[in-house]
Design a protein around this ligand. Structure first.
Ligand code: COA
Length: 167
């Protein structure tokens, strides 16, 4: 409930302006920090450097103001016409402001212009914020992979496979 009120409050009363732009190699450190704050298994800066340099990768960041630090990112990889969302994350203190939704929708615009037609992703069953985000951005569930992830206590957690077609 508190989370919902915080989200509504941020939307109603506004928050710092977030600008979107393509990720740059120099963002690797910041993206590793955001990833580490968001997932049990973090990817380090060297991993992000490698991913950002890969020609199959597409990445956008949301920054705190036009020149500020990254507060969220989306990273995708694929070969036209199919692409996969590898990761989406928003700084814990900035969640619920609509940043992830803007990142996903902005990525769709870029992908459509590049000829991509289908976007896939995998998400942990039970990740309510992510499932809500993906439902709101037009994804539908197309499969379930039992025991694909490990939970905090090492327990098996299913992955839901989702798909969205770009019109
Ligand atoms: C998932 C995540 C990226 C969402 O980022 P965000 O910027 O807070 O999301 P948005 O503010 O754009 O919200 C998108 C939708 O999810 C809902 N949502 C956000 N946080 C929520 C929460 N804690 N519980 C339920 N719904 C939530 C929003 O209300 C919104 O739906 P609405 O438009 O119907 O109101 C963020 O929670 C995060 O970084 N989580 C950790 C990493 C992760 O799980 N990534 C996704 C798996 S790859």
């Amino acid at each position: 409930m508190t989370g919902l009120l915080t989200r509504l409050g941020r939307r109603a009363f506004g928050s710092r302006e977030v600008a979107l732009r393509p990720a740059r190699p120099a963002d690797a450190e910041a993206l590793a920090r955001l990833h580490g704050q968001s997932f049990r298994i973090g990817w380090d800066a060297a991993e992000f450097e490698r991913l950002l340099a890969n020609r199959l990768s597409r990445a956008l960041v949301g920054t705190d103001g036009p020149c500020g630090a990254p507060v969220g990112f989306i990273l995708l990889s694929g070969v036209s016409p199919e692409i996969e969302i590898l990761s989406v994350a928003v700084e814990p203190g900035r969640r619920g402001e609509g940043i992830a939704r803007r990142l996903v929708e902005a990525a769709f615009g870029t992908l459509a212009a590049e000829g991509f037609q289908i976007v896939f992703l995998e998400v942990e069953e039970g990740n309510a914020p992510a499932l809500r985000l993906y439902a709101r951005t037009g994804f539908r569930e197309i499969g379930r992979r039992a025991g694909y992830y490990r939970g905090a206590a090492g327990e098996p957690v299913a992955a839901l496979t989702m798909r969205r077609d770009i019109a």
